[in-house]
Design a binder for this molecule. Sequence first.
Ligand code: ADP
Ligand code: MG
Length: 349
Amino acid sequence: MESRIFKNEDILSPEYLPEILPHREQQVKQLANNLEPAAKGRNPQNTFLFGSPGIGKTASTKFIFRQFEEEYPNVKTIYINCWDYKTTNSVLGKIAEELKSFVSRRGVGKDEILEKIVESCKKMKKGLVVCLDEVDQLIFNDQEVLYDLLRINQYIENPVGLVFISNNPHVFANVEPRIKSSLNIEEIEFKAYSIEEMKDILQERAKIAFVSFEPAVVLLSANHAVMNDGDVRVGLECLMKAGRIAEQEGNKVKVEHVKKILSGVKPVKPEILKEKISEDERIILEVIDEYRTLNSGELYELYSKKVEVPVSDRRFRDFVNHLANIGLVKIRERKRGILGKTRVISKIV
Ligand code: ADP
Ligand code: MG
């Protein structure tokens, strides 16, 4: 049955890639300029995009990749989300697969995959651009792949262009200095949207998603999004849910519909993220959930009791930092006597 409310409901899904990205023109242009040399047989500029979640980093990159694929027959773009590919072999395997290199399934070594990638690059005679989204997952887990990606460049004519994305601006502080300097990264910061910008963005989506709506529907949703960490996905969810209520009641999305769903639309992240952390991190999180606030030593002790083989101190610290980076726990440093500082870890409520 045709909807009286939605022209196209999919447009409100966070996966939908719009035809325009209001208020990201400058970032899109800068990234495009950095990658364009790949289409001209010259060296692309590796780029790192950072900024808080839900403000268009992934969308801007996919936007450019789509455009490049359409406009430049001599560029191949590959998008990889490191939540799904967090080891050197899986990332290289994915690249090989996208290049349609034949790599036999079982027991292939890294060098063989690298060889195949180089072979495919030479054969296809295209500039290659690879995006590693949520790159913190990779750097945290297995950063060797960065070195391997650089190594490919020794064997092919034009270097691979790399785009890195993370919510954490400091993620490259954890990368070996030698690799970091070889990557020669330019940074592009994504700043949070103002309420006016958020309104424009949601307005564009609402215009093509709904048959008709009251103007304040967008205003209210934009306001809710800005209040909830500035994540555009929150605003999109408001529009979607209001639309669904409206469908039961009439032929126009109204302010009253938004008001009904507003309290039920919360920042999306933590619950989703919880499913994607490692087993040890999950156990650490359980302890924190139970005790709410404790210092690092206590936490390590309680965690150690819950597992058969506890990870090293160093690795444990990495895990806790990771949980803090993705916003699941908070770390404060507290002075302790003249001896120094102790880290206090607490639950985010
Ligand atoms: P992140 O910065 O976390 O990568 P995304 O790029 O995934 O955020 O954006 C989250 C959602 O918000 C996506 O659905 C995206 O289409 C939308 N979005 C973000 N910025 C814009 C914009 N300037 N114009 C249109 N949609 C946007
Ligand atoms: Mg993203």
